[in-house]
Every structure is written in structure tokens, then in C-alpha cells.
Design a protein around this ligand. Structure first.
Ligand SMILES: [Zn+2]
Length: 378
């Protein structure tokens, strides 16, 4: 049996849609904004990936525009083309066109993909966020749905086109069909539609794969997260947890590298940063995370520090390339520049020599970025 297919390749114009909601409440950061976004291109009808997400974005734009006087930061809502057909081309274009603005003013990006799928009662295993947003995301899910959620590192997927710019990312996919139900039905793992492997990227991703009640609940989760980012006096992002995850990564790489490569300069820089970050959060911590209030430090200074921490720490943990470049859109391990240190034993002498040069460069970069992060907390 033979299968034939026609593929059209070439360059195509595609609109990027954006709604800007300027805050008219008391402003803590002049031009600061939260970016909420998702893709509008789809496979076949594409109801649960990602028509539901597009509807969620529209509803968020409508509700926040009605409440602009209660916001202290702006909100931008974006709908991207080229997610599947251009490997995140729409969000990448935006990251480049507005690179300077984003690097100065974007306080976080919230990705909306595949919410509101039918039977998606749980928040078990399809969600992800960066560590500093862990308490923010889990608290919002608990507050809205009373459900538990687990922290997962964001892969280089969704529309996470803002990692090189160093922007905290929160969510990508949404709620899911219970894991046990998927297993019972023999569903394979998929990257959308709440786990409907009988529909994801297929002609069967139709209206029956969505549930309006589930969608409203999921929109409330996004709204809660975005509102907290756009309203709290101090950004609800906890970088103590981020530094902790960096230290874990480095400990693993160090052990695997053994005597082949010295990671102690990075571990020392992380140790210094750890102490500085603890001191910083002591100054703004008046309750459990992420409920921060200005205490021994004013809110503006605290928010500037939190933005600077994002810019340095995300770059070192998710990228190897420059701030205004794009790392390849393939999955990267944590500290991708230093990850080869963990595999030196498996390489032949020639490959190892090559990797040691690259590692030396990336170690310099890592220490420099960590020192930059420490410097802003002094
Ligand atoms: Zn999608």
C-alpha cells in the first residue's frame, strides 16, 4: 500500500493579533506588562487545540479591559500564527520586533494552550511553569478548583519564545483527563487537547472534545494568575525556589562530571547568590510565598530586582545563545551550556576535547550571569 500527500511550502503572510490593556490603576511600574498568549493556527478544526485557548484569551481581554482601573500593570493579549506551521514563528517574530521593550518591561508570560477539554477534571501532569512561578500557579489552581498540581519544568515547546530574553514563563498546556482514565483507554501521551489522543492534531478535534464548564473553570485559573501578576504591589515570583533548582542541577552535573571538568566556580557563584536571594526575600517576605509586601525595601526597588533576576537566571537555565537570539526550538536540559559535563565519560577523546572548550566558555557565561544576578541584590 502506498500513501501520498501534498505539502505546500513557502513564505506566507500571517497576522499577529494583539490587544493592549493599559492599566489605569495605581501604577508601580510605568510600562510594565504581563503577556498572555496562545496560538490560533490549528490542525483540522482544532477545537481543543487551540480554539478553546483563543476563546479564553478573548474572554480574558474582555474582562481585564472592563477592570483596567484595578490593574497596576498593563496586560497584552496576543494570538499567534505559525505555531505548528512555523515552529513558533508568530511568537518568535514578536520576541524580535519588541525585544527591547520585552526585556525592559515584560514581568511574565502566561501561555494559554488547550484549556477546556471535555473530561479534563484534573491538573495532574500536563502543566508546567518556571520554578519562581510555582507557588503562584499552584495557589491559583487550588484557590479556583481546590485541586493539587505538580511542578514540571517547561520544555522548549508551546510558545516559549521568550527564554532568551529572560522572561518568567507560567503554564503552557492546561487541565487534563485523569491519568488513570487515559491509561485505561490506552491513550498515548499528547501535547494538547487535555490528553485526548484520539483527537490531538487529528480531524476528530471537534466540538465534542471541549466542555464549556471546564473552559470557564480554566479561564478562572488564568485570570487569577494574570490578575495577581498585574495587581500585586510586589511581583509574586519566588526566586529562592529557582536558585534551589539550579543548585540541584549543578550538584547532579558535578557528580557525573567527576574530575573531568570543574564546576566549582558555578557552584560557588550559586552559593553567593543563594545567600543574597534569601536576604532579599527576608526584606519583602511578610507571609508565605508569593504574598510579598514592601517591608525593609520599597516596592519599586524590589520589582526591579525581581526583573533582573529573571533576565539572568532564565538565560543561564534555558539557553546557550545570546539575549536577542533564539536558541533552537528543540528540548534543552537545564543549564544546557553545562549539560555536556555530565556526559564527558561517554565521549571519545576527540569529542571530549571539543566539549571541554565549549564547557569552558559556557562556565564563564554562567558565572557571569549569576554574578550579575547577585549584584542587583546588593
Ligand atoms: Zn497547541
Amino acid at each position: 500500500m502506498a500513501l501520498t500527500a501534498e505539502t505546500e511550502t513557502g513564505w506566507f503572510d500571517a497576522p499577529v493579533l494583539e490587544a493592549r490593556i493599559p492599566s489605569s490603576g495605581s501604577n508601580t511600574g510605568d510600562n510594565e506588562f504581563v503577556l498572555v498568549h496562545g496560538h490560533y493556527d490549528s490542525w483540522h478544526v482544532g477545537i481543543a487545540d487551540n480554539a478553546t485557548g483563543d476563546a479564553a484569551l478573548l474572554e480574558l481581554a474582555r474582562v481585564f479591559a472592563d477592570h483596567a482601573d484595578e490593574l497596576s500593570r498593563d496586560i497584552r493579549v496576543c494570538w499567534w500564527p505559525g505555531h505548528s506551521t512555523g515552529r513558533y514563528a508568530g511568537s518568535t517574530w514578536y520576541a524580535e520586533q519588541f525585544g527591547l521593550d520585552i526585556s525592559k518591561n515584560c514581568v511574565a508570560q502566561v501561555n494559554v494552550d488547550s484549556p477546556g477539554a471535555a473530561e479534563a477534571t484534573e491538573f495532574e501532569d500536563m502543566l508546567c511553569w518556571m520554578p519562581e512561578a510555582d507557588a503562584l500557579a499552584r495557589n491559583a489552581i487550588d484557590d479556583v478548583c481546590g485541586k493539587a498540581a505538580t511542578e514540571v519544568r517547561p520544555p522548549r515547546a508551546g510558545d516559549y519564545s521568550f527564554n532568551n530574553l529572560g522572561v518568567t514563563g507560567c503554564l503552557m498546556l492546561s487541565s487534563n483527563i485523569p491519568k488513570a482514565v487515559r491509561e485505561e483507554r490506552g491513550y498515548h501521551a499528547v501535547g494538547g487537547c487535555g490528553g485526548h489522543s484520539n483527537a490531538w492534531h487529528l480531524s476528530t478535534d471537534t466540538l465534542d472534545k471541549a466542555d464549556p464548564d471546564v473552559l470557564v473553570r480554566d479561564i478562572r485559573v488564568y485570570a487569577t494568575i494574570v490578575a495577581r501578576l498585574a495587581r500585586r504591589e510586589i511581583l509574586p515570583l519566588d526566586f529562592r525556589h529557582t536558585v534551589e533548582s539550579h543548585q540541584q542541577t549543578l550538584a547532579e552535573y558535578d557528580e557525573a562530571a567527576g574530575d573531568r571538568f570543574d564546576l566549582s566556580p558555578v557552584r560557588e557563584a550559586l552559593g553567593t547568590l543563594d545567600a543574597a536571594v534569601d536576604g532579599f526575600y527576608d526584606d519583602i517576605d511578610a507571609g508565605g510565598p508569593p504574598e510579598f509586601v514592601a517591608d525593609d525595601i520599597d516596592a519599586e526597588t524590589a520589582n526591579e530586582a525581581i526583573l533582573a533576576l529573571q533576565r539572568s537566571l532564565i538565560r543561564v537555565d534555558y539557553t546557550t545563545e545570546g539575549q536577542f537570539e533564539q536558541d533552537p526550538a528543540t528540548d534543552r536540559p537545564p543549564y544546557p551550556g553545562l549539560a555536556p559535563a555530565a556526559h564527558l565519560n561517554d565521549m571519545d577523546a576527540s569529542e571530549r576535547k571539543k566539549q571541554l572548550v565549549a564547557l569552558q566558555r559556557q562556565r564563564n557565561r554562567a558565572v557571569s550571569l549569576l554574578e550579575e544576578a547577585t549584584e542587583v541584590l546588593r
